[in-house]
Design a protein around this ligand. Sequence first.
Ligand code: FPP
Ligand code: ZN
Length: 328
Amino acid sequence: MLQKDVKLDNICKTWLLEKHIDFLKSFGKERNQYESNMMEFLRMSGMYWGLTALHLINNGQIPKEEEIFEYIKSCEHNNGGYSPAPGHDPHLLYTLSAVQIACLLNRESELPIEKIVQYVSSLQLKDGSFTGDKWGEIDTRYSFCALACLSLLGKLNEIDLAKSVEFIKSCQNFDGGFGSRPGAESHGGLIYCCVGALSIAGRLDIVDADTLGWWLAERQLPSGGLNGRPEKLPDVCYSWWVFSTLNILGRDHWIDKEQLKNFILASQDNEGGGFSDRPGDEPDPFHTLFGIAALSLMSYDKILPIDPTYCLPKTVINRLGLKPQTLS
Ligand code: FPP
Ligand code: ZN
């Protein structure tokens, strides 16, 4: 089988903590105004990525908390959904991001919880699947968003959970993995979504942990990095999608952690901080969160512990009294 990979020779792998803090604090400010406008369509998620990463490496400290909460409020819609920026359409992805940010700020109880619940449950279809918004695209990533969002608000009982699980099961493939819809190929990102949703639902019993664990462990390449599917290049974000799933399944020792750390550290930007998808590319908050989050799962340096199911700090998940299922 064709294997694509990168070479890590002569790449600096020193942990650049202070630079990452500076990178995350300055993102979205004047320095990045141009990119910031270009990225308006996903700003709410961008804030979740950046703030979660900052929380993990900055002793749980997030600056400008009031301003951030005001921003969330400015993206609220009458139907209970949230948009990525004011004036855009609401979507389940950004509704989850808004709830995640509110949880990080310990202010989820100030959200219009009943309206959010109504919005999320209105997106569930008869077969248990979820659409992302009123336009009707079905994808297992939205199943994760719905279950994560409602469970963070203590409202998981407001949807048909058994049907949600049934739909996810219908997306399971012969290789143990999951895709976006029934019959779609297994994909690292969607496997995280499906296993994460099953972990929230307490239904990991339907996963074939050995077969799936094998497929996930096969994602590690000689560089130490993980890819999302066979024949793809390694990418730092799959250090989260794939590795956190192995962690949930109790099989994270099936890959070489030292090699994975090495690949993630090689993907730092030595100049301005932050992480990119792979060594030498431009850093961004998305890959910065997932690089730091994967390092957290490997107890690296003083990074605060993260929950593998919710991708939020453990302290937040404990405060909410949530106990997502994991296997040993
Ligand atoms: C790769 O997508 C990633 C995924 C499919 C996972 C998406 C995950 C969510 C929407 C859940 C988000 C929530 C948390 C807590 C992190 P891609 O389209 O970039 O895939 P490619 O690498 O194949 O291009
Ligand atoms: Zn990526």
